[in-house]
Design a protein. Structure first.
Length: 301
């Protein structure tokens, strides 16, 4: 068994995967660390990944979402620690060393913070604020109720103990909530840092937000009464405003770039609309029909 497995989901990450894997390979010279890239791209990302002989490349169906790619990687890896990220992010120079420092940790999982590579378009800054405003570099080390799986490491036993929660993909929020309810701790630290590069075109991110919102709404509806589910449906027009207030609070509290934030508000509202429509469809219709996930693997090791 390896000390550390790093699972990198890649979905059309041609612009950033080279930098991501260069950083990981440079930091992972030990035989006790393995890197798995789970790729569901149609833009040539896999061809770039194949240049790195130190990684294991696993090809997946392009229909797969990132949480489904993480699940495939988790099942194929055997590290005592299981780190997850995507190829949209470039790890800091000490990222792998920080991951390995948690080998003796009592926390079930440890998450890190997100910086933003510049320059970049306002639509990309909107993605950054929307997804990672709660995990900006200025935070202080603290216990947390949630972590962003794009920059997190879990003890292997977590995925073994709660295998049913990742049966359809590793959606971190339900798992993190269950860990907290069962008395296990999550820790958030600025020592574990990645930088977001180009993420995706606005239309693609809107679709992603819709699909993720639907999964959230369906999972939430499944664990509440019919009356509360009806309440969620009736109050769904408020979803984008509630989420915008939360993002705004995080940005101001964590002293982010407010000029970039206010400039990106139209895009943020556009993406929030995608999530809100998805969440409503989850309340109304539940999860989408199970999708076929075909995968084949090729190892560069």
């Amino acid at each position: 068994m390896k000390d550390l497995s790093i699972v990198v989901a890649s979905k059309n990450t041609q612009r950033t995967i080279q930098l991501c894997l260069e950083a990981l390979v440079q930091q992972s010279q030990s035989n006790d660390t393995e890197i798995l890239v789970i790729d569901a791209s149609t833009d040539g990302s896999a061809e770039i990944a194949r240049r790195f002989k130190q990684i294991t490349l696993i090809k997946a169906d392009p229909i797969c979402l990132v949480p489904e790619l993480w699940k495939i990687g988790i099942e194929r890896s055997d590290g005592r620690l299981m780190a997850v990220t995507t190829a949209n992010f470039i790890p800091a120079m000490n990222w792998v060393a920080e991951l390995r420092s948690f080998l003796q940790s009592n926390h079930a999982a440890v998450g890190g913070v997100f910086d933003k590579l510049t320059p970049d378009s306002i639509s990309q800054w909107a993605i950054y604020f929307l997804r990672y405003s709660a995990y900006l570099p200025s935070i202080i080390p603290q216990l947390a109720s949630q972590l962003a799986a794009d920059n997190a490491v879990y003890q292997r036993w977590v995925f073994e103990k709660y295998a049913e929660l990742i049966a359809e993909g590793f959606w971190e929020h339900p798992l993190n909530r269950r860990l907290g309810a069962d008395g296990y701790s999550l820790f958030l630290t600025p020592a574990l840092k990645v930088s977001m590069g180009y993420f995706s075109p606005p239309a693609d991110f809107f679709q992603q937000r819709f699909l993720h919102g639907r999964m959230f709404g369906a999972e939430r509806a499944a664990r509440v009464s019919h009356l509360r589910r009806l309440l969620y449906i009736l109050t769904s027009p408020l979803i984008p405003f509630v989420l915008l207030a939360r993002v705004s609070r995080n940005v101001l509290k964590n002293k982010a770039d407010t000029i970039k934030f206010f400039s990106s508000l139209p895009w943020i509202l556009f993406y929030l609309l995608g999530w809100s429509l998805g969440e409503l469809s989850g309340y109304l219709m539940g999860k989408p029909a199970k999708r076929v996930q075909l995968e084949s693997s090729s190892s560069n090791s």
